[in-house]
Design a protein around this ligand. Structure first.
Ligand code: C5P
Length: 237
């Protein structure tokens, strides 16, 4: 039975590995070593531009799932077609910019549902990006965009652990929170502006913790993954 975490989420949190590497071999090396300890792998614009849908197929062939992080932002028809194509490639979840507007988001949701139904597949989870942490943003903007995203039918929101607590408090709906910027020790931030530990993110109500460099750059990525999973299971998850 699923435990109810403090912040109100009904799901046990999971780690997603951000495959921010240069080569297909490098990416698949991490999938081979870390699946099934890690079950979802994030493919971003770098890897997807270099290798296309092949990378999705290879990850899925191993039994793992794909989080396609291409942050769609375009006119409704174009985004709907991209989402339909992602659904056909059986990605588990994908990102799009909420600032693309309600019409774009609703078109994306409709396309995901239609394509999934047509092929008798599970519909990909649609995850909204509010504002990039590299851009200037106020927490009010994040909240307003997150609300609009959820009202438009999105399944979840990407946000920092700090924002996760606010969103869980202010949006009284069941939605997913995806949190990047996870560090074992928040003093080693790399270029991240709002870092949190696994425990802080889980306590704030995050469902998926996106982790890249702490695992990718570790001397022993498997040992580091096990350490992070230990933190995850120990965090009331
Ligand atoms: O290496 P690190 O753990 O910082 O990687 C975090 C991952 O999360 C990267 O793939 C990055 O693109 C993504 N991300 C982020 N901050 C956001 C949204 C996504 O770091 N606001």
């Amino acid at each position: 039975m699923r435990k109810l975490r403090k912040a109100g989420s009904l799901r046990p949190a999971q780690i997603i590995l951000a495959l921010d590497v240069d080569s297909l071999e490098g990416a698949m090396g991490f999938v081979d070593r870390l699946y099934p300890k890690i079950k979802i792998f994030k493919v971003g614009s770098h890897l997807f531009t270099a290798y296309g849908p092949r990378i999705i197929e290879l990850i899925r062939e191993k039994g793992a799932e794909v989080f396609l992080d291409l942050k769609y932002f375009d006119i409704p028809n174009t985004v709907a077609q991209a989402v339909g194509a992602a659904a056909r490639h059986k990605v588990k979840m994908l990102t799009l910019h909420i600032s693309g507007g309600k019409e774009m988001l609703e078109a994306a949701v409709a396309a995901a549902e239609a394509k999934a139904k047509e092929a008798s597949l599970a519909r990909p989870l649609l995850i909204g990006v509010t504002v990039l942490t590299s851009a200037l943003a106020k927490s009010n903007d994040v909240l307003a965009l997150a609300k609009m995203g959820i009202e438009s039918g999105l399944d979840g929101i990407v946000c920092s652990a700090r924002e996760a607590g606010i969103l869980r408090e202010k949006i009284k709906r069941d939605f997913l929170i995806i949190t990047p910027g996870i560090r074992m020790d928040t003093s080693s931030a790399d270029d991240q502006k709002r870092t949190a530990t696994v425990e802080q993110a889980v306590k704030a109500g995050s469902d998926f913790l996106v982790i890249g460099r702490p695992i990718l750059k570790a001397d022993n990525p498997l040992a580091k993954t096990e350490e992070l999973l230990g933190d995850l299971y120990g965090a009331g998850n």
